[in-house]
Design a protein around this ligand. Sequence first.
Ligand code: NAP
Length: 289
Amino acid sequence: MAGKLIDGTAIAAGVRQEVAGGVAAMAARNRRVRLAALLVGGTPAGGLYAQRQAQACGDVGIEYQLVQLSGQTTQRQAIDAIDRLNGDAQVTGIMLHLPLPAQLNAIELQYRIDPLKDAEGVNPANIGHVVYGKTLIAPCTALAVLELIRSTGVSLIGAEATVVGASEIAGKPISLLLAEQMATVTLCHLATRDLRMHSARADVLVVAVGKPGLIGRDDVREGAVVIDVGINRVKQADGSRKTVGDVDFDAVREKAGFITPVPGGVGPMTVAMLLKNTLRSASLLQSIR
Ligand code: NAP
């Protein structure tokens, strides 16, 4: 029997509704929720993404402020822009669009964002809170993965969880959140000797690598929860392009208990979690002001 589809789009719609309610409650107390997004350089993809983000914020009542800087911006100028947003009482959340032009150091800029306004949960102070089990604002993709697993009703307590991919943005924070939920976590990366040994014994398998077809039917345990974070554009036989994840969806669905599609799984949930984090930032700021 085919595994149940985890419908990220539908679950994200629920989260958006919840956020809209929270934003309305803040507004009723004369508190605004405003996300400032820093976009450096002018690629069409970046512009389109910002436009979609503005729409997503608008739909839940979050004000969206796009701060556009030229592609020649220096590190000092980018730091100054972040400092201005940190000090602006009207701005309750800040995010940095990636990728940045080569002359800029993304990590240094993420360090600079006020941890309470860190809507993407990328400041090391926020990652540190996750390590101590006192999560304030966690990285959006990691939160998205956790919510999608929760939606299945499968308990993480004592579960074998394997995370494939160990990046700062995805795999590592996902592992931390799963460990916080008392799963037994194995984190795999490029140097992992026998990936299948780890993936095939997992009750919960999260794949965040960026390699289409990395995980096939034999790499998955019968009945497992499979969360595919990967986003890859692949060329099809007729020359057209299609978006796929890292998991061979059709083959793995036959064996998995639950599985996320790509697109329509982790992607829409990550956007919803950015909105939720933005509301959280505004609430945290309100509680200390
Ligand atoms: P990344 O920074 O390139 O990291 C990839 C990770 O995969 C690295 O830790 C790497 O190991 C590991 N890896 C590479 N080949 C491997 C292999 N054969 N076996 C096991 N591990 C392997 O990528 P990322 O930013 O985390 O993104 C990963 C994928 O998720 C991409 O497709 C990206 O587009 C997608 N993504 C989606 C969302 C979403 O919202 N849906 C959000 C973020 C990312 P090393 O550390 O040893 O190099």
